[in-house]
Structure formats: C-alpha cells, structure tokens
Design a protein around this ligand. Structure first.
Ligand SMILES: Nc1ncnc2c1ncn2[C@@H]1O[C@H](COP(=O)(O)OP(=O)(O)OP(=O)(O)O)[C@@H](O)[C@H]1O
Ligand SMILES: [Mg+2]
Length: 257
C-alpha cells in the first residue's frame, strides 16, 4: 500500500515537472514569435524604403550625367527632392503599419495616387516594352491612409514589371466603384505564377527572384506587406494567374469603415 502511495506521489511530482517545462516552452515560443515578428516588420520597413531609394538614386544620377541640360537637371532634382520627402513620410507610415497602429484614413483621389507612383519610379516602362494602361475614373475616391495604399499599389506594379521584364507586355491598373467598396485591379501579361507557388506568395520572405533573374526585387516582402496593409483597411487582396500568360491582383477596399 505504502509503495502504491509513493508511486502516486512520484507520478504527481513528475506530472508537475512536465507541466512546468511545458509552460516554460510555451513562453519561449511566444517570446521567439514576438522577436520573429519584429524581424519581419523591420525587414518590411527596409523593403518599402528601398523601393523609393532606388529611383531616388537614379534621378540623382540622371541630374549628374546631364549637368549641361538645365531643364532635365532641374526636373531630376525636383523628383529627387520629392522622393526624399516621400521616403520620410513612408518611413513614418510604414512604421505605424508594422506596429499595428491605425493612422487616420482620409478621402483620397485614386487616379492621382496611382499617377504619383509612376512619377516616383524613374525608369520609363516603355523602355522595357511595357505598355501602361490606367483605367481609373477621374473622380473615383477611396477612404484610406494614402501612404501604405500607395506602397501596396507600387509593390503590385513593380511585381508586374518584373514579371514582364523578359518579354514586355501590358500593365493595366483599373478601378471601379462597387457601391459599398472600391475594386482595384493590377493586371499584367507576364509569366504568371506557377501552381506550386500560388499558396506561398503572401508568405514573408517567399521569392522566386533570387540570383537567376535580373529583376528589381528579391526579398519576398512586397506581398506580405500588401496583405498586412490591406487587412488594416478591412479590405481583401486576392489574385488569379494563368501561368505563362497573365496575372491579376485584386484589392477590395470598403468605402465606409
Ligand atoms: N505579377 C506577378 N507575376 C508573376 N509572379 C508574381 C507576381 N507577383 C508576385 N509574384 C510572385 O510572388 C513572389 C513574391 O512576391 P513579393 O512581392 O512578395 O516578393 P518579390 O517581388 O520576390 O521580392 P520583393 O521583396 O522585392 O518584393 C515573387 O517572387 C513572384 O514569384
Ligand atoms: Mg515584389
């Protein structure tokens, strides 16, 4: 009888010990998860700033190369200065997105927002045989925090450009008012997304652009950022792709939130 009682006590002690170990492991996992989140968020901020720094340095180079052409130099310097101001705004806004803070939404003219993206990107799309079609009604507005949504569209546009870099194609940005929401599509006639990759593209750090391709990206953070920013607007982001032919990303943003 005493042996059975001792055995029970020993089992009980063992159980307590394992429970304690289990709790410690759970705590460690949640601390590691928090650290991993900080890492992803920091990388996302760096990624968005980099998206602006590349054209910024291109504009500065353009000015330096054509010092005798006053008009061009003036234009390039103006763009450089504007991009610097944008980079600083982006830094503040992206930090807020990464930290899960909500900035004040406002009524924003979508056509103007998209127009500004193209003036930020230094390299003309036509140089890569890409035709750009913008089909956004002039009076269409969204209710959003402008900077992150502009970065979202910039990421989608850059991905489309990368996808068409080899053979050229057509980039279409269009939007329609759906009553309670605004639907925005960024479509390209590029190489598409293979079936095996379709489930992975929104994962942080997933990229197919390492080494082999001479494209602008390669960190796999663009779409992870897009998803986070769109979700913070209570919107959705989805895509459809015809591998080898075309890809369309669709964002739905509710009008009133
Ligand atoms: N329009 C597109 N056409 C074809 N593939 C695409 C398209 N958009 C995204 N992808 C695929 O999804 C992957 C992830 O995209 P994401 O924007 O997150 O990262 P990335 O473009 O590889 O790198 P970066 O961090 O510079 O944006 C890409 O590497 C590419 O394989
Ligand atoms: Mg990208």
């Amino acid at each position: 009888m005493t042996r059975i009682i001792e055995k029970r006590h020993a089992l009980h002690r063992n159980l307590q010990l394992h429970k304690q170990q289990n709790n410690n492991l759970k705590l460690q996992i949640s601390q590691l998860q928090a650290l991993a989140n900080i890492g992803v968020n920091t990388a996302m901020i760096a990624h968005e700033i980099n998206n602006l720094l590349t054209p910024l340095s291109n504009y500065a180079d353009l000015a330096l190369l054509h010092l005798d052409d006053m008009e061009l130099t003036k234009k390039a310097l103006k763009k450089t200065s504007r991009n610097c101001q944008r980079a600083s705004k982006v830094m503040q806004s992206i930090l807020a997105v990464a930290n899960g803070e909500t900035e004040k939404k406002q009524v924003v003219n979508l056509a103007e927002l998209v127009d500004e993206i193209f003036s930020c990107l230094c390299r003309d799309f036509s140089k890569d045989n890409i035709a750009v079609k913008i089909e956004i009604p002039n009076d269409l507005t969204i209710f959003a925090v402008p900077v992150p949504i502009q970065q979202v569209l910039m990421n989608l546009i850059l991905n489309s450009r990368d996808a068409m870099m080899a053979n050229g194609g057509i980039l279409t940005v269009k939007a329609i008012d759906n009553g309670n929401s605004v639907e925005i599509e960024v479509a390209d006639t590029g190489k598409g997304i293979s079936a095996v990759n379709m489930g992975k593209i929104f994962l942080p750090f997933f990229t197919t652009k390492k080494d082999a391709e001479k494209t602008s990206g390669g960190s796999g953070l663009g779409l992870a950022f897009c998803k986070k920013a769109v979700q913070q607007h209570n919107g959705t982001i989805s895509f459809r792709s015809d591998p080898g032919k075309a890809t369309v990303f669709k964002i739905i943003l509710p009008k009133l939130q």
